[in-house]
Design a protein around this ligand. Structure first.
Ligand code: RP5
Length: 166
């Protein structure tokens, strides 16, 4: 365990972001996980500004009980790919809109992983953050009836709310 990040007892999902500036977007992932009752922890650990801290986090993640990592970064977004290189856990990548190119740079650098080390990549911004949380729930729900039931209830409620034209 390190003092360099916040570990939450019982967390099964780790939400990582490259900077605190990603939090307004990634808060949507945390809220979705919370809505589904999924214990998680959120940390800002940059792959290029704090590589050793990231390595420490990723290498200890599985042993600490994490099952899935959600990794968000903007710009030349290598956080998810670097995290995936350091753990066998599923890594879900969230491209951030960043400061230019409307997040296209982050989207491509997260999605275009060379073969051998996969990153599941989601939409740019909050829609992707929410979907990464739902995808994490789908993975976890395969082995957890409570999460499975909550995810199915969320989907049913969402379907019930779809606008009807007549
Ligand atoms: C990336 O650079 C972060 O994930 C963030 O999206 C972007 C800008 O970071 P800051 O300069 O705001 O800290 O590493």
């Amino acid at each position: 365990m390190s003092d360099d990040y916040t570990a939450v007892d019982g967390a099964i999902v780790g939400v990582l972001m490259g900077s605190k500036s990603d939090w307004p977007t990634m808060q949507a992932a945390s809220e979705m996980l919370g809505q589904l009752g999924i214990a998680h922890e959120c940390n800002a650990i940059s792959a290029h500004r704090a590589p050793e801290r990231l390595a420490d986090y990723c290498k200890s993640a599985e042993q600490r009980g994490l099952n899935v990592l959600i990794c968000a970064a903007g710009g030349a977004a290598h956080l998810a790919g670097v995290a995936a290189s350091l753990t066998h856990l599923p890594v879900l990548g969230c491209p951030m809109r960043g400061w230019s190119l409307d997040g296209l740079d982050s989207l491509l650098s997260t999605a275009q992983m060379p073969r051998g080390v996969p990153v599941a990549t989601f939409a740019v911004g909050k829609p992707g953050a929410v979907n990464a949380a739902l995808f994490a729930a789908a993975i976890l729900g395969l082995g957890n009836e409570t999460i499975d039931a909550k995810l199915k209830a969320f989907r049913a409620a969402q379907s019930a709310k779809v606008d009807k034209l007549e």
